[in-house]
Design a protein around this ligand. Sequence first.
Ligand SMILES: [Zn+2]
Length: 130
Amino acid sequence: MKLLYCKNCHDIIKLQYTPRFCRCERIGGVYVNILDIAVFGEKKLAVPLGIANPSFYKAIDNQPIEDLGNNGEVFLSFIIPKECSRVMYDADIKDYEKKEVPIQFTMNFKTKADLEKEKRNETSRQKVSE
Ligand SMILES: [Zn+2]
């Protein structure tokens, strides 16, 4: 998943398929498709970030129960290069305001808890139909 960090207000926003802006509203962004993002506002303030989804959901599965004095479960995140074919700067928000919102790609990645919940729901549906 991609996020944007604002160097002015230090906000971090998780991008979606509808435009979102940082707290100071000087930058914003939106997903164009599953991989590409468009960034609005001042390029010099916008720092795109990436979180490796499999690593993130694995870390959720491995979230420690108690504080063992370390920083908890680590996951992979990264700063996207200033020039990257997946990031389009100086985008015009008018092109993205009324975009259809597809199912979020993050739904492809499920935690163990998500899978167990689905299994429970299937089991309960089967019992109802029996
Ligand atoms: Zn800001």
